[in-house]
Design a protein. Structure first.
Length: 382
């Protein structure tokens, strides 16, 4: 929101004076007309005076002289209205430029904390007297950043020192508690500055009035923006401006949170890809054959211990075929071999056939005899 400038206040004072003078002149020219007297109930503004004078000219007046005088009054009121419109356009144009500057600073500077950027720009680009940013967490709020207008006079060092990030229970600040609960802005006038506010900060700040606006993310007030003009009241335009900036802060906060989530996901994905690349490189460096992995038990079992020895076997045999040959030479049946090695009978039969072919025998007895001639005397037990 924007602070009321001295130019705008002077213009309003002038408008009130023109309206009062025009009302008095109309009352003198036309008399106590009920419609004219009714304007007093609304503290007549320029627009109301203009509407009444225009209507009076259209319906007709008692004499040409009165008509000319009312037309002169209407002309002066129109001039004042046009001057007020031009003045407001200049003020709001300046405020819009300041708002644009603040938004650009918030979106453009990701290195400095959002709280510092906002409070600094409020007191420089938009000319506020003091600006404070507070974080809300659970049942407490913590002022973390404050800025002062460079032209502000007075000793506010104690105020700056008090804004140190320490938590303040919301129960000690009823207005802030209501703001957090309802997520609505509030404005405090000169007569209410010390009512239901957090006195330690208010006493150090000494504002004529101030405004507090919540920063709402995911339907929750996560921060509070306080601003004041120090010696001057704030206007409704200020509420709209600061509310807009609070929404910009909310968007910036959500964007930062999303960037953090995406960054963490990217980090996790990169780590997983690195792990998979390392595993693939290990597989490329290793030599694995089908015989090495054929029918390998997935877990040890008490009945699947291999008690055979595998030394001094024909080199053409695989490790598993050597185990089978040792058991065949010990007189074990296919069923016994199947149970000891935890493989199926069909697999045992296939192993036996391949063994016979590799060592050049046709019977189990020949295999046993050949085995006995190639290894030490000790035989495995069937």
């Amino acid at each position: 929101m924007v602070v009321q400038s001295a130019t705008m206040r002077t213009g309003r004072d002038s408008d009130v004076h023109v309206a009062e003078r025009a009302f008095a002149q109309l009352l003198e020219l036309i008399g106590p007309d009920p419609d004219l007297l009714r304007l007093q109930d609304f503290n007549p503004s320029l627009s109301l005076i203009r509407d009444y004078a225009s209507r009076a000219l259209r319906t007709g007046l008692p004499s040409p002289e009165v008509t000319a005088d009312v037309a002169t009054i209407l002309t002066s009121v129109d001039s004042a209205i046009r001057a007020d419109v031009a003045r407001r356009m200049r003020v709001h144009s300046k405020q819009f430029g300041g708002l644009t500057q603040v938004v650009q600073a918030i979106n453009g500077d990701r290195d400095a904390p959002l709280s510092q950027i906002l409070t600094r720009e409020l007191c420089t680009g938009l000319g506020y007297g003091k600006a404070m940013y507070s974080l809300v967490s659970g049942s407490s709020w913590a002022p973390v950043s404050i800025a002062l207008n460079p032209e502000l006079r007075g000793d506010f060092d104690p105020l700056v020192a008090a804004v140190n990030g320490n938590s303040i229970p919301l129960r000690d600040a009823p207005r802030e508690a209501e703001l957090v609960r309802r997520r609505r802005s509030y404005a405090v006038g000169p007569s209410e500055v010390k009512c239901h506010t957090y006195r330690p900060l208010v006493d150090l700040s000494r504002p004529a009035g101030f405004l507090a606006v919540p920063v709402v993310v995911a339907d929750r007030a996560i921060a509070i923006v306080h601003v004041d003009r120090h010696e001057n009241d704030l206007t409704e335009a200020d509420i709209h401006l600061i509310t807009t900036l609070a929404q910009v802060c909310a968007l910036a906060t959500e964007s930062a949170q999303l960037r953090a989530v995406i960054s963490e996901q990217n980090r996790h994905t990169t780590a997983e890809l690195d792990r998979l690349n390392r595993a693939l490189r290990e597989l490329e460096r290793s030599v694995v054959t089908l015989d090495d992995i054929e029918e390998r038990p997935s877990a040890p079992h008490a009945e699947c211990r291999n008690d055979s020895r595998t030394t001094d076997y024909p080199p053409a045999l695989t490790a598993r075929e050597r185990d089978v040959l040792a058991l065949v030479a010990a007189g074990a049946t296919n069923s016994t071999i199947s149970r000891k090695l935890c493989i199926s009978d069909g697999t045992v039969k296939s192993h036996v056939q391949r063994i016979f072919k590799k060592i050049g025998v046709n019977t189990r007895a020949e295999a046993a005899a050949l085995y006995a001639g190639r290894r030490p005397a000790a035989e495995p037990q069937a």
